[in-house]
Design a protein around this ligand. Structure first.
Ligand SMILES: [Zn+2]
Length: 243
């Protein structure tokens, strides 16, 4: 099992306020942990509950779900609480997405929880900037692309709504990935590429070969993902592509 013991120093070096929760470097669930990406969650804690009311829960877990429940908890005070360097119970059943196999999110994804009630509590510009920096720092540390940041609701669309948009200033996940792309460029990521929306609208002159190349896929992969029986495509057709 690998761990991510570099998180606290990396957050601090990117200007974040960090609180290292005692024991974080050795905290984690047993089992595989080979992180390749990050999941964006919110805690759904009451907005008047203070800076980090979920700290005990994310450390100790809930009935039937032992902690830790995330690797990182961002408080309402914009302090980044580093919870665990090892595997955490945060993703649950879901996927496959972005190359992460079905139901194995906890093995391959770092969970970031943000204290927000998810039912209208404002996502302030400062909080969003803190989130951008946390996500960018983790992706840079993992040498991964912005496409490897997903919302919990993208991992498990039938079960999860977080991070929920409630007209409270939270951008869409595509917008969050665009913000993180911009942040990574300022942080010197060696090869950052903007995440696509995952949909390619066929233009006149497009071929499956060209579309596959553009999205770093094989033609076979592209055909399978879209259940295409032939290579014939027409302008205006929407194809699922790798993000
Ligand atoms: Zn979640």
């Amino acid at each position: 099992m690998s761990t991510v013991p570099w998180m606290a120093d990396a957050f601090r070096s990117n200007g974040l306020k960090v609180l290292e929760v005692t024991g974080w470097k050795t905290r984690g669930r047993p089992g595989t942990f080979e992180p390749r990406g990050v999941v964006f969650h919110h805690t759904a804690s009451g907005r008047n509950g203070g800076s980090a009311p979920s700290i005990k829960t994310v450390l100790n877990g809930r009935p039937g779900i032992p902690g830790p429940l995330c690797q990182v908890l961002i408080g309402r005070d914009l302090t980044v609480r580093v919870i665990a360097a090892g595997r955490a119970n945060h993703a649950g059943l879901g996927g496959p997405i972005i190359g992460i196999p079905k139901d194995s999110g906890n093995s391959f994804l770092i969970g970031v929880e943000v204290e927000n009630d998810g039912v209208g509590e404002t996502w302030t510009p400062g909080l969003l900037q803190t989130c951008d920096t946390v996500f960018a720092t983790l992706l840079l540390g993992l040498r991964r692309q912005p496409a490897m940041l997903i919302g919990h609701k993208e991992w498990a669309p039938k079960r999860k709504i977080d991070p929920a948009r409630t007209n409270a200033g939270l951008p869409t996940m595509d917008q969050v990935r665009a913000r993180v792309t911009a942040k990574l460029r300022t942080m010197g990521h060696p090869d950052v590429r903007a995440a696509s929306s995952g949909i390619h609208v066929v233009k006149a002159g497009d071929t499956l070969f060209r579309i596959a190349l553009q999205h770093r896929m094989s033609v076979a992969e592209l055909m399978k993902l879209n259940n295409l029986k032939s290579t014939l495509i027409k302008p205006g057709q929407k194809l699922k592509v790798r993000r």
